[in-house]
Design a protein around this ligand. Structure first.
Ligand code: WTA
Length: 658
């Protein structure tokens, strides 16, 4: 293509505000009838049977939703099922034993494929080992593993036994692991010796071992040997070897334990306003139905597809769309261990070409990095196997959307910009790709059956185009059931803002700002609580602050998100030192190190600003909004409510001088 044609094309795209789903896509799409929205609305809640139909039930449910304990709604009550049976056995019984369930590539280029038959065998062998070790129905098993196939194996083995898993992102620190194990009373840990990042072997085993030092109860550990000869034996004889266990139990038959639809499938910790991470609890029937239904309707997955969701399984996106959704539908899920720029910046495109990936689901932060690296990287690869593209984790701006559409999708793949959260279990606000017009920058309408609104502080609908708060008015099957051992916090975090308990009206508040257009399309603006979104990772500012004030000599800290062109937001920390302490480079290093130790390198402050005081209201609340303005070099808003208005000027000057 000549330069002029290319420029013309670019400017046409830049001006275009809406995009119709390509005909070739619509012709084969799973969901194509626009009447589905009215159908779901008119038949609510029975419409959700449509999601439950994606699963095989051991026992039929009596009712779709039970609101007796609202907002702790129960879904598909009376029904029984097993998630691992639904993701494995039934596909094998249906003749798919030789179809690939997981295709995996390590960062160094080694590959592994597990057919459905092989995956079932390994899951049964590992489940037998766990059972022998004493794991019983209801026991929380912590999985602290990177992107290796043993992670989904362990998840499904837990599900088979009815033992809730609690996956801890491998990038989290030893302390973060310990906090989560203590909080979930987890007595079992599956981890590994290490894994590769940019060609280097990371000593994950040592980190896990350090974490266990801060867990007072006894823990049985199982270690996957990922590094072969390079393996470090941090655990020595204190742990079981995964490979040996699986070999020992090869051929074992472990019948799937029939679970009540409401039994917990897993816990997943996420960040909220306070310093303590929240243990989000998902139930077997509702969660799995919703993951399968949305993978079908939104990701358009078919059993013949190879699906690549680039999220780490340590986050909800990986749970729902690397593991449970694709496997429940009998598709092939692709996993990659490493980074997109190792050994070169075309690694993802190489993987798509080589594995003939049909559906690709990634995060805006990755797309922004790809844009920066340049279109020549995807251009040298055959990406024609792609049929649908997805985006998740943070808002995607129209420019990045269009780049993705053109340079990855060749203008032939619809893009689904999916808004959802750890708590929602699956996607909630997005276009249905076979039906809806796409508007770059706007996630789209709520999915059929989801009642999403944008309201003001009083709960009244805002006028189209104005900013307000996103709320969800009716329950849905994928919703969290509660926060682990904390029904109180569950109610206060999500249901206290807009609900009218006296009228038995329950409204879920996800803590996101949004605006809505005339046509019902929702643009999500970002968190309105003290949570920041760094490269699509959800981090609590209070957790970071508490790691900073742990450093000797620090008096006070406030953390905000500063705009960042690739990460979306970057961590910016304002730190007040105790009298007599000097703001030295060594002090800055100790602060950064403490955050890495307390949470992990993802939470590393990009900027540390030492200041003599923090702007506070008369009631002594830190005005983070002003600190955010300063970090972003924006106009300072109203400072008249401050107890110490001068502080703002001083900090702004300091940041300017930096
Ligand atoms: C943000 C990730 C805009 C949002 C699935 C939400 C988004 C938080 C989008 C949840 C999107 C996720 N557009 N913002 N398409 N998707 N978010 O729990 O602020 O890790 O509340 O779940 O990510 O993050 P979580």
């Amino acid at each position: 293509m000549s330069d002029t044609t290319d420029t013309k094309l670019e400017s046409r795209l830049e001006e275009q505000e809406t995009f119709e789903p390509p005909k070739s896509f619509v012709e084969q799409a799973n969901v194509t009838d626009p009447a589905i929205r009215t159908e779901f609305e008119e038949n609510w809640p029975e419409c959700w049977e449509r999601a439950a139909e994606f699963l095989s039930w051991d026992w039929e449910y009596d009712s779709v939703v039970d609101a007796a304990d609202a907002p702790q709604y129960e879904w598909f009550t009376g029904g029984r099922l097993n998630a691992s049976y639904n993701c494995l056995d039934r596909h094998v019984e249906d003749g798919a034993k030789n179809r690939a369930a997981i295709k995996w590539e390590g960062e160094l280029g080694e590959t592994r494929t597990y057919t459905y038959g092989e995956l079932l065998n390994e899951v049964e062998a590992f489940a037998a080992a766990l059972r022998e070790m004493g794991v019983e129905t209801g026991d929380a098993v912590t999985l602290y593993l990177p992107m290796v196939p043993e992670l989904p194996v362990a998840m499904l083995a837990c599900a088979r036994l009815g033992a809730p898993h609690s996956v801890v992102f491998a990038g989290f620190s030893a302390d973060a692991l310990a906090t989560r194990m203590r909080s979930s009373d987890s007595e079992y840990l599956v981890t590994c010796d290490g894994y590769y990042r940019r060609g280097e072997a990371l000593n994950h085993g040592q980190k896990a071992k350090n974490g266990l030092r801060n867990v007072d109860h006894d823990v049985e550990s199982i270690v996957v040997n990922r590094l072969g000869d390079e393996s470090d034996s941090s655990f020595g004889d204190d742990a079981h070897d995964y490979g040996a266990l699986v070999a020992e139990h090869e051929g074992a038959s472990v019948p799937p334990v029939s679970r009540d639809a409401e039994d917990v499938l897993f816990l997943l910790y996420t960040s909220g306003t306070t310093g303590q991470p929240k243990g989000v609890e998902h139930a077997t029937g509702g969660y799995l139905s919703y993951a399968a239904w949305t993978a079908h309707a939104v990701l358009d997955l078919e059993p013949t597809d190879t699906h690549w969701c680039t999220a780490d399984i340590g986050w909800i996106t990986g749970h729902s769309y690397v593991v449970y959704g694709p496997l429940a539908l009998g598709a092939t899920t692709f996993m990659y261990e490493g980074t997109p720029d190792y050994p070169d910046r075309d690694r993802f495109w190489k993987l798509i070409e080589k594995n003939r990936v049909d559906v690709f689901y990634t995060a805006p932060t990755a797309i922004r990095a790809f844009m920066k690296w340049g279109e020549e990287y995807p251009a040298t690869h055959d990406l024609s196997s792609l049929r649908l593209l997805g985006s998740v984790g943070e808002p995607i701006d129209p420019h990045a959307w269009k780049w993705y559409y053109k340079h990855i999708g060749d203008e032939e793949c619809p893009i689904v910009d999916t808004w959802w959260q750890t708590e929602t279990g699956g996607t909630m606000v997005t276009t249905v790709p076979g039906i809806d017009t796409m508007k770059p920058g706007s996630a789209g309408p709520a999915l059929p059956g989801i009642d999403a609104r944008v309201v003001d502080a009083d709960g009244d609908p805002v006028a189209p185009g104005n900013a307000g708060y996103l709320v969800i008015r009716k329950p849905w099957p994928g919703m969290l059931r509660t926060l682990y051992r904390n029904d109180e916090r569950f109610r206060s975090e999500y249901w206290s803002e807009y609900s009218e308990p006296d009228e038995d009206e329950w409204i879920y508040f996800p803590e996101d700002g949004a605006k809505i257009d005339d046509d019902g399309y929702i643009t999500v603006l970002g968190r309105v609580d003290d949570v920041i979104n760094v490269s699509g990772h959800r981090l609590g500012t209070m957790e970071i602050e508490s790691a900073i004030v742990d450093v000797a000599g620090v008096a006070e800290a406030a953390v905000v998100g500063a705009d960042h062109d690739v990460k979306g937001e970057a961590v910016c920390a304002y730190v007040v030192l105790k009298n007599g302490e000097e703001p030295t480079v060594a002090m800055r290093d100790r602060i950064v190190e403490s955050v890495e130790d307390g949470i992990g390198p993802i939470a590393r402050p990009e900027k540390v600003v030492f200041t003599s005081e923090l702007p506070k209201t008369r009631s002594d609340k830190i005005m983070r909004r002003l600190l955010e303005n300063i970090a972003n070099g924006e106009e300072l808003g109203d400072t008249s409510t401050l107890r110490n208005p001068d502080a703002v000027e001083t900090i702004a000057r300091q940041v300017g001088d930096d």
